[in-house]
Design a protein around this ligand. Sequence first.
Ligand code: HEC
Length: 163
Amino acid sequence: MLKRFILGVIATLFFALQLPIDSAFAVEIDSVYRTVKVDPQGSMTTLTQEQVERGKRIFGQTCSKCHMAGRSKTNPNVTLSTEDLEGAEPPRNNLVALVDYLENPTTYDGEQDLSEFHPNTNRLDIYPEMRNLTQEDLENVSGYILVAPKVKGVHWGRGKAYD
Ligand code: HEC
């Protein structure tokens, strides 16, 4: 009788403690995944969980209507996959280059200005939805773009292969 009662208490405590621990693990992205390239020279930084979550929210509000799952509507050849970002001129697989793209977007070869064709913070007259984005927001959404393919694997930016 007493033994069953004690076992019951242990089981209750076990499940009571287990639940919050499990759900915290479910949403927390591993810090290895949150570690991204800062600049073309290759310095690295580990973003906080909050930065990635904020970036994800901004992406959902402002970018995903064209970049669902890392693809690029209207130009499926220039996706947000790590491979494509890396192959751009200059390479966009780092925070500095991505923030720069959101201020001064250019074609994949870097030759032509796309500021009348892609959302950016220099043409708020054409892209008023970019008005609310602070410098920090641009960094967070860039951070999300670098973290997402590591979390989502092959499901990120595979428009070319599957469309
Ligand atoms: C109206 C549709 C649209 C919206 C909204 C949009 N994009 Fe794009 N984006 C594109 C298209 C199309 C391209 C390919 C441009 C080209 O032809 O080079 C692109 C390219 C990019 C690239 C370059 C990818 C590479 O491989 O070089 C980045 C980075 C990017 N977008 C980030 C963003 C972010 C971040 C947002 C939200 C703040 C955003 N985009 C919102 C359509 C959009």
